[in-house]
Structures are given as structure tokens and as C-alpha cells.
Design a protein around this ligand. Structure first.
Ligand SMILES: [Zn+2]
Length: 258
């Protein structure tokens, strides 16, 4: 029996139980890229659920007992520091999967997984996913390729967070979100952005004004609209392009909206 009610209220994050929804086409790009035999090992066990914006799928230090395959939306992996500050180190949409720390060593999550937007995900228990991995070398290879790409993303983000200017980082982060959004207009508050980039709200506001002044984005109350995608790429540090190239080299599905 898949446990659905593992979420509880913590801090200012809003939680909602996963609810089974119908009428949404199951379309996760990582699963779609598997061969037919591997898809058969997973798909019959999948359920679909809504994930609310701000919902935590798991926290750092927890054993992860489910694996999520986003169909719509984007989930951020947040690295938490001892003083409770946090910063995003990876973003995963329908090109990937979340909760892959299950394995022979039963590792606990090294990061907190938070949904950026209202979305939909397919999911199954980590146990079922583990059994499918045990049974198939090609599935293990597909997962290795994904985790290699994820590792590259996390490493790049760590260097970027430490070395690059905030306006470049903000541009990179908006591009990553835009890749996984259905629309140029993305629901985001200053507090969301500050939380993801690990900086103060006032600083985000200043940097947002710079990007807006260049005509790259437009900001409103609770949203940001990408006006000039090419310009935003030029304004970002090179990390965005490097991450995209790694995904290509590994022949992984590119991030894209449903
Ligand atoms: Zn960078």
C-alpha cells in the first residue's frame, strides 16, 4: 500500500495530500525513453497525484520511500545548512525522477525536495522501483545516466552559488524554471526567489530590477514573465549552457514543459 499522507505542516510551507487525479496523460520523458520491457516493469505500479506548490516531498535526513516521475511542474532539491539556511542545488521536471536515493545502502536524503509549482507526478514505492532495478541491467544503466546528469547539475550549482554574481545566478535559475514551465509567465514571489537562491528578499528585488531594466523580464505581484529568452541566456553565467550540454552528452531528455 503506497503511503500518501506522509506530509505534515512545517514552517511556512503549505502541504496537501497527494490526490489521485484522472484525465492527465502519463507523460514523463525519462520513463518514455526506456525500452518497452523496462517501462512494463514500472508503469503498471504507477499512480498519479497532484503536487501542490510549496509541498515538500521529503526532507533532508529522511529515508525516501517513494519515487516520483513529474508529468507537469518542477521540483527543487534544496541543500540545507546547519543554521537552517538553504539553497537550491538542482531542479527536476518531467525529464527526470525524484527520490532515487533508494538503493543497496538505503541512503537517507541529502537534500529537501520542494515543489516549485502546482504540478502532477506519477509515483511508486521505492521498494517497487528497487525490485525493477534488481531485475534489469538496462534500467540500472538508465538510472546511472540520470544520476550522473543530476550529479553534474548539483556540482555546477555548488560552484555557481559560490562564485557567480547574483544577477547571473538569477538569470540561470529563471531559465531553468522557464524550460519546465508551460508559459512565459511564471508564478513566483520575491520570497520564493530569495529562498531558492539563498539570499535576502531586498537583494532579489535589486537584482530583479536590473534584469527588468534590460527588458529581459517583467515582474508583477507574485509572478515573473520572461520577455527576452535569448537576452536572459546572454545575461546568465555560462553554467546554464554547461548543464544543458551535459544532459545532451549523456543523451538524457532535455527539460521541457508538458
Ligand atoms: Zn553560474
Amino acid at each position: 500500500m503506497v503511503k500518501l499522507s506522509r506530509f505534515s505542516s512545517r514552517g511556512d510551507v503549505t502541504f496537501r495530500r497527494l490526490q489521485i487525479v484522472s484525465g492527465v496523460k502519463m507523460n514523463n520523458l525519462w520513463i518514455a525513453a526506456l525500452d518497452a520491457a523496462d517501462r512494463k516493469r514500472i508503469e503498471p505500479h504507477l499512480k498519479q497525484g497532484e503536487i501542490a506548490r510549496g509541498q515538500m516531498l521529503y526532507d533532508a535526513g529522511e529515508a525516501v520511500d517513494q519515487v516520483w516521475f513529474p508529468i507537469k511542474g518542477v521540483v527543487s532539491l534544496m541543500t540545507i545548512l546547519p543554521d537552517d539556511k538553504m539553497v537550491e542545488t538542482a531542479a527536476i521536471g518531467r525529464e527526470g525522477l525524484i527520490g532515487v536515493t533508494c538503493g543497496p545502502f538505503n541512503a537517507r536524503a541529502a537534500s529537501r525536495a520542494i515543489s516549485q509549482r502546482d504540478g502532477v507526478a506519477a509515483y511508486c514505492s521505492a521498494e517497487v522501483f528497487g525490485e525493477a532495478l534488481d531485475a534489469s541491467e538496462s534500467l540500472r544503466l538508465a538510472l546511472s545516466r540520470f544520476t550522473e546528469g543530476l550529479m553534474a547539475q548539483v556540482q555546477q550549482a555548488a560552484a555557481c552559488n559560490a562564485q557567480h554574481r547574483l544577477d547571473e545566478r538569477l538569470a540561470r535559475w529563471l531559465l531553468m524554471l522557464h524550460d519546465r514551465a508551460e508559459d512565459d509567465r511564471i508564478d513566483l514571489t520575491q520570497a520564493d526567489i530569495a529562498g531558492m537562491l539563498g539570499v535576502r528578499r531586498a537583494t532579489v528585488s535589486e537584482v530583479g530590477t536590473v534584469l527588468e531594466g534590460k527588458g529581459l523580464i517583467q515582474r508583477g505581484r507574485g509572478w515573473v514573465k520572461v520577455l527576452d529568452r535569448d537576452g536572459l541566456e546572454k545575461a546568465s553565467c555560462g553554467c546554464y549552457g554547461l548543464m544543458r550540454d551535459v544532459m545532451k552528452d549523456l543523451k538524457l531528455p532535455q527539460p521541457q514543459a508538458a
